[in-house]
Design a protein around this ligand. Structure first.
Ligand SMILES: Cc1cc2nc3c(=O)[nH]c(=O)nc-3n(C[C@H](O)[C@H](O)[C@H](O)COP(=O)(O)OP(=O)(O)OC[C@H]3O[C@@H](n4cnc5c(N)ncnc54)[C@H](O)[C@@H]3O)c2cc1C
Length: 398
């Protein structure tokens, strides 16, 4: 396949989430014309936060988005891990300048709407990217050396031809099904409850500059500031035997509060503070990049959806985008080979991060003597280990 960037051949990117938008920017920067197809009629961001760790912020900065993101992100000063039962600090780590010094890139906490706005504005300004909203991928086929993609939308069905296809359509990826893996994601026995608290509603004693993690039997809590500290992003994760109807929706506070009975007052105050909650039944599935033939591949949650307990799902999608652009730069005249090189480069790393996220999920919700042993081990290891043990994640360079 001849896909010389000089000729600006077209790559279809299916799905304009964090991964698809970053991929569009990264591919355009290395000379490809990108057609970004998104199912939603308009960009809507979830009212929740996201942590962008240095492995991902480094890439976004490299794409020229550093200043725009720094304006909307908070750089948390530190992270405190506490026992939910009595509120004791188990470990505390410095983030902020310490992270910049260690990894050469920031650790950001951002409102998803702010991150999306920065990515969408950059994509809209880029002449190499065309965005089509309201287009749902329905069928995919090989077309000579390239691909033929059928979409449906308010204006009816349409067929587009391109040199290559990157499916970045998320956890429930239609592209993944269409190119060969129709097995659905697997529910992992946890529900994430998410809320956004305005600063005035944040319980006393909860820092608007630090990240907090509280561990307890069958549940944990995460919070961090977003929007210059004007809001606190709150996530409560609880063990649930079955997924919630519809997988995501709104949650009834009265059902959540009993899960934190017996927790220390400050943790309960956090859970009691929001008026409304959104819920996500958490699922993942094994890493699968596609059939390994032709100019089609997958990226982000479509390949490797992961549990959020390492805060890496979005970061891995951003890394994917950078590695894909690099592979296409190295092999611009052979898109098939470039896609295989990208898949080889990513497979082990994303699977390792998926495993790490699952392991953290188990550790966070321990009960009884084994939870006591976990707490003792954390106190012994100290805060530096909280971050340093993930050097292999945060030091990543594409
Ligand atoms: C509670 C929770 C907390 C998290 N916290 C973090 C964190 O702190 N840090 C982090 O890095 N990650 C975090 N994640 C993970 C992160 O949100 C995801 O990994 C990330 O959003 C995946 O991006 P994506 O672009 O691959 O998929 P998505 O963001 O799901 O985007 C997929 C896009 O494809 C579109 N689409 C779907 N189907 C079609 C179709 N048929 N045709 C066309 N378009 C389609 C969708 O509308 C959507 O726009 C968290 C996840 C959860 C649940």
């Amino acid at each position: 396949m001849t896909g010389s960037p000089a000729g600006r051949c077209t790559v279809i990117v299916a799905g304009a989430g964090i991964g698809g938008l970053t991929a569009a920017l990264a591919l355009s920067r290395v000379g490809f014309q990108v057609r970004l197809l998104e199912r939603a009629a308009a960009f809507e961001a979830v009212g929740a936060g996201i942590q962008i760790t240095p492995n991902a912020s480094r890439i976004l900065v490299g794409l020229g988005l550093g200043e725009a993101l720094a304006r909307v992100a908070v750089t948390p000063e530190g992270m405190d891990v506490r026992a939910g039962g009595d509120g004791r600090v188990l470990a505390t780590a410095e983030l902020g300048a310490a992270i910049e010094a260690r990894y050469g890139a920031p650790w950001w906490a951002v409102h998803r709407a702010d991150l999306q706005a920065v990515l969408v504005e950059a994509a809209a300004r880029d002449p190499g990217i065309g965005i089509a909203m309201g287009r749902t991928i329905e069928a995919v086929a090989r077309d000579g050396d390239g691909v033929m993609v059928t979409t449906d939308g308010p204006a009816g069905r349409s067929v587009e031809h391109a040199a290559a296809l990157v499916g970045s359509d998320g956890l429930w990826s239609a592209t993944r099904g269409l190119i060969g893996d129709a097995a659905p994601p697997a529910y992992r026995g946890r529900t994430a409850w998410r809320a956004m608290l305005p600063r005035a509603r944040v319980p006393k004693g909860i820092s608007d500059r630090r990240l907090g993690l509280w561990l307890g039997p069958g549940a944990h809590l995460v919070h961090y500031p977003v929007r210059s500290g004007d809001a606190l992003n709150l996530v409560a994760v609880v063990t649930d035997p079955v997924p919630r109807a519809g997988w995501s929706g709104t949650g009834d506070r009265a059902a959540l509060l009993p899960r934190f009975k017996g927790w220390t007052g400050q943790a309960r105050a956090l859970v009691e503070a929001p008026d409304s909650w959104m819920t996500w039944s958490l699922a993942d599935r094994e890493t699968w990049f596609g059939p390994g033939q032709g100019p089609m591949t997958l990226l982000g949650d479509a390949v490797h959806p992961m549990l959020p307990f390492l805060a890496q799902g979005g970061a891995m999608a951003i890394e994917d985008a950078a590695v894909l652009a690099k592979a296409l730069t190295a092999l611009p005249d052979d898109l098939d080979a470039a896609f295989r090189a990208y898949e080889r480069a990513r497979r082990e790393r994303v699977a390792a991060v998926q495993r790490g996220a699952r392991a953290n999920g188990r550790i966070y919700h321990l009960e009884g003597p084994i939870a006591w042993a976990r707490d003792a081990a954390m106190r012994l290891a100290g805060g530096r280990q909280l971050v340093a043990r993930y050097d292999w994640i945060y030091r990543f360079q594409a």
